[in-house]
Design a protein around this ligand. Structure first.
Ligand SMILES: Nc1ncnc2c1ncn2[C@@H]1O[C@H](COP(=O)(O)OP(=O)(O)OP(=O)(O)O)[C@@H](O)[C@H]1O
Ligand SMILES: [Mg+2]
Length: 270
């Protein structure tokens, strides 16, 4: 997980502060890590430490104050069409069908692609997330889990090299969340991408990723990182093995340390 030239996502000494009316709010401090092509890294850390800020930086939506972010070796200075994103509460256009919402990114980044080809791509993804037959539904007709599956299809429809997920399953009940984890594995096998996942759920971080990074409280630094050696064919039962239970205990302890270190009254609250 060290930053190398071959990594698909590389952060090198990334530092960022927000400018508030009463001064600077340092959020990220000297954050460096790399994710290899088709790798999957999860980032966990205390609420308000800077995880979403990290995703906005990697997506090129805001620039770092110091340090460098590179995607496939190129410094990120603005949003890239090679990146897909999904968030906790997906925003969908109610006046469009499920299919119409999924193909939206293609209308922007692949405007010359024939409509039939766009729709074929969307249908293929809908099948992968077990939502075939829902093409013509409106977003309001979907459950939370279904919306999130549609949101994943939309994030992947333009076949991005990099997928950034910011707590995509955070609002779902435990069973639906576990279903989505299985779907993520399936998507990853069929349509490989390099992924950065932000989550509050340690089991989720372990089940889905190759590496887990624990951020300290704000200004966030990398406090701890570990690899997850569960292989590609992992099942939910693997989460109850003695090795995984031990790993989860270590991660929980690291989160406690991160929270205990929280300095009181340090700027704006999240
Ligand atoms: N646009 C902004 N302007 C000013 N301050 C901001 C802005 N966005 C976030 N912040 C502040 O930066 C800090 C980090 O916010 P961020 O959303 O990155 O945290 P987070 O780790 O994603 O939190 P959570 O786990 O609750 O989602 C918080 O103190 C937040 O109030
Ligand atoms: Mg956040």
């Amino acid at each position: 997980m060290q930053s190398t030239q071959a990594a698909q996502i590389e952060l090198d000494g990334v530092t960022h502060a927000y400018r508030l009316a009463d001064g600077l709010l340092p959020v990220l401090e000297n954050v460096s890590f790399g994710i290899q092509k088709f790798g999957f890294t999860a980032v966990v850390g205390p609420s308000g430490c800077g995880k979403s800020t990290l995703t906005r930086l990697i997506a090129g939506l805001i620039p770092p104050d110091a340090g460098e972010i590179r995607l496939a070796g190129e410094i990120v200075t603005s949003p890239r069409p090679t990146v897909g994103m999904a968030f906790q509460n997906p925003v969908m256009l109610e006046w469009r069908t499920v299919l119409g919402n999924i193909i939206l990114p293609l209308e922007i980044v692949a405007s010359s692609m024939p409509q039939a080809q766009r729709e074929d791509r969307a249908r293929e993804l809908l099948e992968l997330v077990s939502l075939q037959g829902f093409e013509d539904k409106r977003p309001s007709e979907l459950s939370g889990g279904m919306r999130q599956r549609v949101s994943l299809c939309r994030a992947l429809v333009h076949e991005p090299e990099v997928l950034i997920l910011d707590e995509p399953f955070g609002a779902l009940d435990a069973f639906t969340r576990e279903d989505l984890w299985g779907i993520m594995h399936r998507l990853r096998r069929k349509k490989p991408f390099t992924c950065l996942l932000i989550t509050h759920d340690l089991r989720e971080s372990v089940f889905l990723s190759d590496d887990v990074i624990v951020l300290s409280d704000r200004p966030a630094k990398i406090q701890y990182s570990t690899s997850v050696d569960l292989g590609d064919e992992r099942t939910l039962e693997d989460l109850y093995s003695s090795e995984t239970t031990e790993l989860l205990a270590v991660l929980r302890h690291q989160i406690e340390i991160a929270q205990r270190r929280a300095p009181a009254g340090n700027g704006a609250e999240s």
